[in-house]
Structure formats: C-alpha cells, structure tokens
Design a protein around this ligand. Structure first.
Ligand SMILES: Nc1ncnc2c1ncn2[C@@H]1O[C@H](COP(=O)(O)OP(=O)(O)OP(=O)(O)O)[C@@H](O)[C@H]1O
Ligand SMILES: [Mg+2]
Length: 242
C-alpha cells in the first residue's frame, strides 16, 4: 500500500505525528480532516491546519467577507489562473508580489505545523505544499523563473522557489492521498471546471512530497469507508493511538 515517488531532497526534517490529507477538489479533504481531528482529540492534543491557498477553504473565507468578498475572491482567482497559464507571461509585478505574499503566508502555517509537532501535538493538514510541480493549483510555487523578462518578478520567483524548497523539506509523517475520478469530483463540486478537475487528478500521482511516506485511498467509495481507511493508515504509523 505504501509508496513514495518523485524527486527527493537529501536534507529533510522528519515531522512526527503530522498527517497530510491531499487530493483533488471534491475528494473530501475538508470533511475527512474535520472528522480525523475529532477522533485524534479523544487521545490527546490535536490541531487541524489548512495549508491551501486561494481555492477551497481560503477562497470560501474571502468570499464570506462583507460586500467586497465575492468580487475579491473572483479577482484573486482570475489573477492566480492567469499566472498559472503556462502559455502566457506572468501577469505583472503586482500580482507576482501578491502571490509571493501568499507563499510567505503558507510558510508561516508550516512553521506552526513544525512547532506543534515538536510540542507533541498531533497535526492533521488539509493539503500540503510541494516543490516538484509549479502551480498553486497543485500546492506548488505560483511563480516560475523563466516566464518573465522583469528582473523583480524573476527575483520574486527565485525567492518563492526557495520558500517551497524549504517547505518541501518539512516531511510529514504520512501523506494520505485521496483518489477520485473526474465525474465523481464534479458531481461533488458542480461549480468547478471539469478541465481543471481533470488536470488536478492527473497531477496527483506525480507528486512525491519529497520522499514522504504516501498511502493511497479511494475517495469515491462511501464516506464511512474512507474515514475508516484513513484511521487505519494513521494507526499503522505507530505514532498515535486512535
Ligand atoms: N466519500 C464520499 N462520499 C460521498 N460524498 C462525499 C464523500 N466525501 C466527500 N463528500 C462530499 O463531497 C463534497 C466535497 O467535500 P469536501 O468539501 O470535503 O472536499 P474537498 O476535498 O475539501 O474539496 P476542496 O479541495 O474544494 O476544498 C461535500 O459535500 C462532501 O459532503
Ligand atoms: Mg476543502
């Protein structure tokens, strides 16, 4: 069941009791992380952290802001989408700077994960950053060196790559990868673009999370089975007593 793929970095920090739940939109990450944390809290201190960016939970929070929320979320999503479009040049210094700030925010979240892990707290993360494939859609760097002629944007992209390099070195105890087919994903997320879902689904198996231990779970089966499978995999690590 366990497998690890992808590029690995010699230097890494092995985090204890840190479980990352990853997968395309609609695989049930939010639902699963919430239920796992409830279970883990019966055994000791446990925290759930969302490590994604504009999509998912953060997008919903921005949308919920009074008056400007919906427009702001739309605007950010458009900017990120434009920046991710590999056919075009990066959209400009302002957007590049904004994306760099998002990446910095992600670093602060990962520092929190590290601190909690060192204090012996069990941590469940919804998503996990990776440095192997660029693109915020895949929780990788949003900027790419070589797609811009601007000196400043290039510097921001280089800096961001370093941030992701550091984040990828923080290896979780276990990555639980939820797998799904595009039709099920779209039935669960009807407002999401099918092309985007297909793209994310195809990218997931290529991520190795810097050599972390990975287990695959079929997320298209009834939810109770997904939850039970995830609990079993967490238990197998021997680091928690659920
Ligand atoms: N195994 C399952 N069977 C049926 N429905 C499910 C299952 N898992 C999740 N769902 C439902 O699918 C919808 C999407 O779940 P959820 O929001 O947890 O996904 P997500 O992976 O967090 O998506 P995003 O990446 O967009 O945040 C929810 O309505 C949830 O109730
Ligand atoms: Mg979610």
């Amino acid at each position: 069941m366990f497998q690890s793929t992808g590029r690995t970095c010699e230097q890494h920090t092995q985090l204890t009791r840190v479980f990352a739940i990853v997968g395309c939109d609609g695989t049930g990450k939010t639902m699963l992380t919430q239920d796992l944390i409830t279970k883990l809290r019966t055994t000791g201190p446990a925290e759930r952290l969302y490590l994604g960016l504009v999509s998912g939970e953060m997008g919903d929070k921005i949308k919920g802001l009074p008056i400007i929320g919906s427009r702001l979320e739309n605007n950010l999503h458009r900017k990120v989408d434009r920046a991710l479009d590999m056919e075009k040049k990066l959209p400009g210094t302002g957007t590049a700077f904004l994306m760099y700030l998002f990446s910095l925010w992600r670093v602060t979240q990962l520092l929190r994960v590290r601190r909690l892990s060192r204090r012996g707290v069990q941590v469940i993360t919804d998503r996990y950053p990776q440095a192997e494939i660029p693109g915020f859609h895949y929780d990788g760097p949003g900027l790419t060196v070589g797609r811009t002629s601007s000196w400043l944007v290039r510097k921001l992209a280089e800096g961001e790559q370093k941030l992701y390099g550091w984040m990828a070195q923080q290896r979780p105890t276990l990555v639980i990868r939820l797998n799904i087919d595009e039709n099920t994903a779209q039935a669960r997320k009807p407002d999401h673009d099918i092309e985007e879902l297909r793209d994310k689904i195809s990218m997931m198996p290529r991520l190795g999370f810097n050599g972390a231990q990975i287990c695959d779970i079929d997320a298209s089966v009834p939810y109770a089975q997904v939850l039970e499978a995830a609990l079993q995999e967490i238990k197998k690590t021997g680091q928690v007593t659920v």
